[in-house]
Design a protein around this ligand. Sequence first.
Ligand code: AMP
Ligand code: MG
Length: 422
Amino acid sequence: MNKLNVTHAAGCMEDFDPNSLTVDQALGRIQETVETLAGIEQVPLRSALWRISARSVTCPSAVPAHSNSAMDGYAVRSADLPSSGEKALRVIGTAWAGRPLDGRVETDQCARVMTGAILPNGADTVVMQEDCEADGDSVTLGTGHRAGQFVRAAGEDIAEGAIVVPAGKRLSPTELGLLASLGMGEVTVVRKPRVAFFSTGDELRSIGEPLQLGQIYDSNRYTLHGMLTRLGVDLIDMGVVRDEPDATGDAFSSAAAMADAIITTGGASVGDADYVTDTLRQLGSVNFWKVAMKPGRPLAFGRVGDALFFGLPGNPVSVMVTFYQFVMPALRRLMGEHDVHPMRIKARLQSDLRKRPGRLEFQRGYLTTDPDGGLSVHSTGAQGSGILNSMSQANCFIVLPLESGDVTADTLVDVEPFYGLV
Ligand code: AMP
Ligand code: MG
């Protein structure tokens, strides 16, 4: 806790709790705590999509291996390019992609070449067929050509020994193609983390069960299922756990025995039926449990045995916000990924926003492109943290800083697009 914030708390920061960490401090604690899993495995390329490379992959030999033609046309010696008028060259044969020409282009000669064909010996330049006049085995060139044009030099794409995929990279279709282009059929990746999760709450019912008065369906396990699946972890869905200390403790222990990380939702607050933070204190260790953010103030982070522990709030929107802000970067670090922070960009606000100073807020917004190419964002309206609808209508978070009060339309604000949330 730094002094500045305490001073603010006494002054205008009406919503500030001096016992909570700022979002950045909380992220810093997570960053210090989480280390990459030790296990690695070798997987075939097609199974490697969205996995994280465990080691850097270096290029075994130059790409392309040989100089080749970038166009369909004629391979010539640059000394034969006319500086004025025209020049006729004799065609000695054809070089195809995958079928090199056996021969050498001498002075006053050229060779027919196809795109991708190895450049015949003697030639150093390609003239596009559209720029030539062909007549039998004679080809006439004009002026305006440059020595070396339309030749892809050996090693131009990747030099031998260059790192093509660094360690800690999430492998996209691009990397699968890149590794395939080097003839590699397998890649070494970090093993998938096992993540156990359960909901807490006596009011929760599973789909298919009739609802009694005051009961609701458990939606958090479905959102978590989706977010975790997209991240590429192994899931252990432990269902709903009653608001009862022994049941909570048992769930903690069995989760810690099988998982690298545990996620709970609900019961993390200070109500009479909230047992998550106390159980964490008893069976593990609490790193922090309050963050100056909205939604999501009760957010417990710690350890149970060797497992990381995240006690998320119960409200469905808070679950998504805290997952994306804290759990996702933590799991990505656990998986060994290097680039784990969401992209933030500026957009012009189209609506007035209400906000009290003291907590960093993630409001739901809709980002659009203006006709002039700029970015605009407007609020999706009601920001209640129980309403998943407001997430469904949004395509970004509007991120309002801790000290900020109300924000008026036309202000430039930070937004985090949902696209690309892994
Ligand atoms: P809690 O943090 O346990 O006090 O929960 C806060 C709010 O979120 C309450 O209104 C809960 O009913 C609701 N809630 C908690 N868990 C879930 C869940 N798994 N699915 C839907 N709503 C939930
Ligand atoms: Mg509860």
